[in-house]
Design a protein around this ligand. Structure first.
Ligand SMILES: Cc1cc2nc3c(=O)[nH]c(=O)nc-3n(C[C@H](O)[C@H](O)[C@H](O)COP(=O)(O)O)c2cc1C
Length: 325
């Protein structure tokens, strides 16, 4: 059976413009989870927050909205607005590891508090939208998950997406596949695996180890090698992959120049992508350093044209990957 591939939410990178342009050039993803929106005091959320989720902007790839919140009433006020937009599922972010978020008992900060998670789910699971959760194994200890799964099992969740690291681990160390395997035995909901899928070979190994998993979420690996979802589905690379990458990049640049004012935010967005993409080229670190130093579009374009015209693209080598643990 062909796997169901989900583009991970990467805030600041995989917003709607990126998602639309990405799927124009690179097939393979079946759906996406959008980067989180936060809930705010009061019941109204600014319409600008929903720009990423407007159905008319999201026709090329089905998207599930994601909410970061510890307040069930505000969550419900936001889901009511999402229901008005036509959404039928919403994802609850229980994984964000950043201390600024987690210290306020949001994202992975809630994971050591099963009782809070239970009373939150009691309130939010009786509204019309189906709820899925995206979690890490725990905030500090992987074992925290074992107190959570029986709670998740009580509610009619649409799915449970697990990134098998702890919050304090951030992106260091390795994914904990043994604990993920235990979760698979203990969870009655469909599980989605997420974490460190960076090559078809790594996907194959995971798929062989977890044959009952059919949905896989991929984030950084698809930014480093945008052909990865299609390769996982058995498609061959185009004859000239660098040309496709270059066309994708140019479309993004044009879009960001139209949308954002001044070189700094435009380059900021593109540098976010290069942090991952550069690692798939020989000399990736050098390329990234040069790109990160640029402040104007012209010198930036000189460097990137050189990379796309003469760079050595070797996504499987990995040695030069600055983001890999
Ligand atoms: C820059 C960045 C932004 C992220 N933003 C979100 C987010 O908005 N919501 C979320 O649930 N996860 C977020 N994540 C986590 C990813 O969705 C994903 O769980 C993580 O990168 C592990 O998957 P990967 O190894 O395939 O990248 C973010 C990760 C990164 C690196």
């Amino acid at each position: 059976m062909s796997p169901n591939l989900i583009l991970a939410p990467l805030r600041g990178i995989t917003e709607v413009e990126f998602r639309n342009i990405f799927v124009r050039f690179f097939p393979g993803f079946d759906r996406a989870v959008a980067p989180f929106i936060s809930t705010f005091q009061g019941s109204k959320v600014k319409p600008a927050k929903f720009k990423d989720l407007l159905p008319e902007n999201n026709t090329s790839l089905p998207v599930v909205p994601q909410i970061l919140s510890k307040n069930a009433d505000r969550f419900l006020a936001t889901t009511a607005m999402l229901a008005d937009l036509g959404y039928t599922t919403v994802n609850w972010n229980l994984g964000c590891p950043y201390p600024m978020v987690a210290n306020k008992l949001r994202g992975s900060g809630l994971l050591p508090h099963p009782e809070m998670i239970e009373s939150f789910l009691e309130k939010v699971c009786s509204q019309p939208l189906a709820v899925s959760v995206k979690i890490r194994l725990g905030r500090r200890e992987a074992e925290e998950i074992y107190a959570l799964l029986p709670i998740f099992n009580k509610f009619p969740l649409a799915e449970v997406i697990i990134h098998p690291r702890t919050g304090i681990q951030m992106y260091d160390g390795t994914v904990d596949l043994d604990t993920f395997g235990r979760c698979l035995e203990l969870c009655r909901h469909p599980l989605v695996y997420n974490g460190d899928i960076t090559s078809p070979a790594i996907y194959e190994k995971l798929a062989a180890r977890f044959p009952t998993i059919n949905s896989w979420m991929i984030g950084r690996g698809a930014l480093a090698n945008p052909f990865l979802p299609a390769q996982i589905k058995g498609c061959k690379l185009p004859d000239n992959p660098l040309r496709t990458l270059s066309d994708f990049h140019d479309a993004l640049l044009t879009c960001y120049r139209d949308m954002l004012s001044g070189p700094s935010p435009v380059l900021g967005r593109l540098k976010g992508l290069w942090f991952y993409l550069a690692g798939s080229f020989a000399d990736g670190r050098k390329i990234l350093k040069k790109i990160q130093k640029t402040k104007k579009i012209e010198p930036y374009l000189e460097i990137t044209r050189e990379v796309f015209n003469h760079g050595s693209w070797q996504p499987e080598a990995g040695e030069e990957n600055p983001w890999k643990p």
